[in-house]
Design a protein around this ligand. Structure first.
Ligand SMILES: [Zn+2]
Length: 361
């Protein structure tokens, strides 16, 4: 076994964190657009859910992390609309995050800031209906890359209505509340150790993830991975988190899909695709900077083996139906076994292929 990376996070308070299923889904994305090597019989990646997170610290300060996609897709930036017109993706959005907040008795004025993990349309939502007192928090280099200006890309991917008249704050990972968490640069957002923004570049300029302290004694954390990955198989297995030989998939949503010896089958599956058993199932194929995409995944793998960390990425379909959603906090995820129950659930999608490999062995 490798040495397990140590990553001490200084003591701090907890923050309440809730998972919001924004109702946006993206389906029919070709597998090869995001992942390699291929899987026999699999042409599309699993449907992408789109999550936002509601955070509240012990002083009642409330923040949203991402907003999913806006429901009025016709008002996306023109460049995004035309991109969506050229792909065969199936995009559905029923509600904006503000609708979901209001259905649960919250108002836009309750929120102090919205963190955009990055500039993509399926994360920035629609900020315009939030009061101008709500700040936007973005990663390093965001403004220069994505807002109009001499060096900005020609066609702004963000509608001006999202940021005009509103404060946009770029996270300073070298400022007074900065620290290292593992090998990642971090920023203690509230200053109370409950919510750290993480510098996880690669997918886009200034891509942000976050880590939230969900309990103390013992300290547990949820990592909000945003778009650091798009499929759990980009993160797992890893050299620190091999597939258990006797993996119990009894909690799969379809018990008929139980397979007999998935650990063994996955090893053979990896070998058949030129992968080591402890390699992640997939390599990412898309991103702004592929070197950074890969090193961000490696830095996150250094946390993912630890049973006190629960990793959720923005489009994580494998937690759906297990993790309770807003307004119920997910802070007691560990007591409820959500980390264990969801860890290998992504394999369900590949069961037909694993079955045929197991049968032919
Ligand atoms: Zn996304």
């Amino acid at each position: 076994m490798p040495d397990f990376p140590s990553h001490t996070i200084p003591p701090g308070r907890t923050a309440k964190v809730c998972l919001i299923d924004t109702t946006a889904t993206i389906d029919n994305i070709p597998f090869a657009r995001l992942l390699e090597p291929p899987v026999e019989g699999v042409t599309r990646i699993p449907i992408l859910r789109t999550y936002s997170f509601f955070l509240e610290n012990s002083q009642g300060r409330k923040v949203l992390f991402d907003l999913g996609a806006r429901k009025d897709l016709q008002n996306l930036a023109p460049s995004v609309r035309s991109m969506l017109g050229t792909v065969e993706w199936i995009v559905k959005v029923e509600k904006d995050v503000l609708d979901i907040l209001q259905e649960n008795g919250y108002k836009g004025t309750d929120i102090e800031a919205i963190v955009w993990s990055h500039h993509h349309w399926d994360h920035i939502g629609n900020v315009a209906p939030f009061p101008k007192s709500v700040d936007l928090v973005v990663g390093p280099g965001f403004k220069e890359a994505y807002l109009p200006g001499p060096s900005a890309i020609d066609d702004n991917p963000i509608p001006a209505s999202d940021y005009m008249g509103r404060e946009m704050i770029e996270v300073d990972f070298n400022g007074p509340r900065s620290l290292k968490i593992g090998r990642m640069m971090a920023h203690d957002y509230f200053g109370d150790g409950s919510f750290y923004l993480l510098n996880t570049p690669g997918h886009s300029v200034g891509h942000l993830s976050a880590v939230v302290r969900t309990s103390t004694n013992p300290d547990t954390f949820v990592i909000l991975g945003a778009d650091a990955i798009h499929e759990t198989g980009e993160l797992r297995p890893s050299q620190y988190l091999p597939i258990p030989e006797t993996l119990n998939l009894a909690h799969l949503s379809n018990p008929q899909q139980n397979i007999l010896c998935p650990g063994h089958a996955v090893h053979q599956f990896q070998e058949s695709r030129g992968r080591k058993p402890t390699d992640a199932l997939f390599k990412p194929t898309a991103g702004y900077n592929m070197v950074d995409v890969r090193s961000t995944i490696e830095m996150l793998q250094e946390f993912d083996w630890n049973e006190n960390y629960f990793f959720i990425y923005a489009h994580d379909g494998s937690i759906k139906g297990i993790v309770e959603e807003f307004p119920i906090p997910l802070n007691d995820w560990k007591e409820k076994d959500w980390g264990l129950l969801t860890k290998w659930r992504f394999l369900e999608y590949y069961v037909p292929c694993l079955r045929s490999i197991a049968a032919s062995a």
